[in-house]
Each structure stands twice: as C-alpha cells, then as structure tokens.
Design a protein around this ligand. Sequence first.
Ligand SMILES: Cc1cc2nc3c(=O)[nH]c(=O)nc-3n(C[C@H](O)[C@H](O)[C@H](O)COP(=O)(O)OP(=O)(O)OC[C@H]3O[C@@H](n4cnc5c(N)ncnc54)[C@H](O)[C@@H]3O)c2cc1C
Length: 312
Amino acid sequence: MGKKVAVIGAGISGLSTAYVLANNGFEVTVLAKAFSPNTTSNRAAAFWFPYHVRGDKRAITWVETSYRYFKKLSLDTASGISFKKIVKGIKQGIIDDDSWMAFMPANTCTELSTKQLPNGYRQGFEANVPLVETQLFLPYLQHVLTNKGVVFKEANITDLHTVALSYNVVVNCTGLGASVLCNDSRIFPVRGQVILVEPGFPDAIFLDNQTPTYIVPRQDATIIGGTYEEHVGVETTEPKTLEQLLAKASNVFAQLQHKRIIGNWAGLRPFRDTVRLEQEANTNIIHNYGHGGSGFTLSFGCAEAVLQLIKP
Ligand SMILES: Cc1cc2nc3c(=O)[nH]c(=O)nc-3n(C[C@H](O)[C@H](O)[C@H](O)COP(=O)(O)OP(=O)(O)OC[C@H]3O[C@@H](n4cnc5c(N)ncnc54)[C@H](O)[C@@H]3O)c2cc1C
C-alpha cells in the first residue's frame, strides 16, 4: 500500500492511529465531524483498565501496547498523562469475574490486606495504571500530530468508498458514527453519567465495576461515575442519578459528601460485541471502531494493529 492515509475520526482511536502511522512515515490526514472537546473521548474518565475486552484474546496485546505508549508519553508532563494507583474493590456477596487480571501487565497488581480495604469491601487489589486527563491529552496529541505534519480537516463523511478513491488507505475510527456509516447494527450507545466535585481527594483511582462506581482524581476535578445505560443515545444527565452517584461514592469515602459539586456530563460509549479491527474485503478501508468502555485502554494497541494491516 502507498503512503497517503486518511483517518476518519478525531477521538482517541483516530488520534492514536494517526500518531502511530505518522511515526511510521505515512502522510496522514485526519477528517472528522467533531474535534476535542466535542468527542466522546473527551467525556471518558479515562484510566487504563481492561473493561469489555475480556473474551477477546487480541486485546491482551492491545492493552499491553497502550500501557507502554502511555508510559512513554507520560514522560512529557504537558501530555496530561500520569501513573496513578488504582484500587479495585469487591463487595461482600459479589463474586468478581477475575479474568481482567490476565490483561494486566506482569507484576503490576497486588492484593490488598484486610486492613487496607476500603469501607464496605471484602477484597481488593491495587495496581499502577495510566490516567489520561482527556482535557489535556487530546489537544496535546492533536498539537503533536500537527507538528509531525498531520493535516486536520472538518468533514462529515457519508461514504468511505468515495474517500478511499483519493487515498492509499482509509482508516475508519468513527466510534458510534460507524453505526450509520457502515450500516453496522452491532454497535450501539451505552450512556455513562458522571458528577464532578472539586479536586484534591482521593489520591488514588477507585473502581468497583459491579456497582458500578469509579472515582478519578484529575487536576481539574474529581470525577465520580458512573452509569452504564445500554441503548440510551442522549448525552444528558439526570439530577437524581447524579445524586445517587455521589451518595454511593460517599459511602466509600465519607469526605466526598462535603466536596463542592462543580459539574457533570454524560457520554455515549461506542459498544460493540467485539472491536471491529479488520480490512474490509477487496477495499483499501480498515475499520477500527467499537471500543465500548475501553477506548483509551485499547487505543495505541489497536493503532499498532492497524499499522500491521497496512505494513505486514
Ligand atoms: C463516562 C465515560 C467514561 C469512560 N471511561 C473510560 C475509561 O476510564 N477508560 C477507557 O479506556 N475508556 C473509557 N471510556 C470509553 C471511551 O471514552 C471510548 O471508548 C472512546 O472515547 C471511543 O473513542 P473513539 O475515538 O473510538 O470514538 P469518539 O471519541 O466518539 O470519536 C469518534 C470520532 O469520529 C468522528 N465521526 C463520527 N462519524 C463521523 C462521520 N460520519 N464523518 C466524520 N467524522 C465522524 C467524530 O466526530 C469523532 O471525531 C469512557 C466513556 C464514557 C462515556
């Protein structure tokens, strides 16, 4: 294949794909309807953790590769990526599906002693994982890409095959947009609502993916999530749900109930039973979409997989 590539989409899937391809000598143009801060990727929590990928063995390499990329990118403090302790709690009466452990890089995860367990939890684990502050990282990455010669154009693409006539390769990273663009009925929205309180507490990320509750300490806010609402396609929050999120988190860390509320948002995860990462038969189109609740965790690993398809 030749060197001229169009990446459709400017969320984390599109930007990470553009990054890996530009680093490997491709001439990349990113075409997207919306850019940061107006993508789903901006609304992610966005810590590295293998959600929704567990049955997919391809994801073991993808998540490890992303972890490695985030580690390297975190060396630049302007990137908005840091490594944080994550505490994963499992409540009394809950049998945790522990298959996520197979996806953790070697020696990154340890079990907590009873004394270290958060309030109300019978078992817990801790690990060191990348936290991607989307408000910093997405504009940063776009800036890095511009300096590498990547061109950004606003465009609403209605036919990938038409775009494919003008490029050697087209990579489709449109997230939920693929539902219409590829007439793919396997992709649907899963809404996540979060409430934001003033930053400064706690130090570590907290995750209980059964309830589900996550608490994510960013520089600009502590994000408290979340909901997992299948087939809800409106990006709105509900005051009652936000109240419940704060109450659940305050049961784990009582201090949170005294924090000033500074915002909220909802985002639509592009859920698909498996990530679509393949070349469409007899075309120069490669699909990279359907990352559900793991778009950041999978991002650079999927981008590397795209590179392998282009340059075996
Ligand atoms: C509340 C919440 C919390 C989350 N937390 C985490 C987390 O902690 N860790 C994690 O790994 N993931 C998390 N996620 C999931 C993550 O946000 C997604 O998996 C990820 O953002 C998907 O990225 P994407 O680039 O594929 O899609 P998007 O970010 O939606 O980007 C799609 C791009 O394609 C463009 N596009 C679409 N259609 C067209 C078209 N026809 N023409 C041109 N352009 C088009 C859009 O404009 C956009 O630029 C969370 C999600 C939510 C909602």
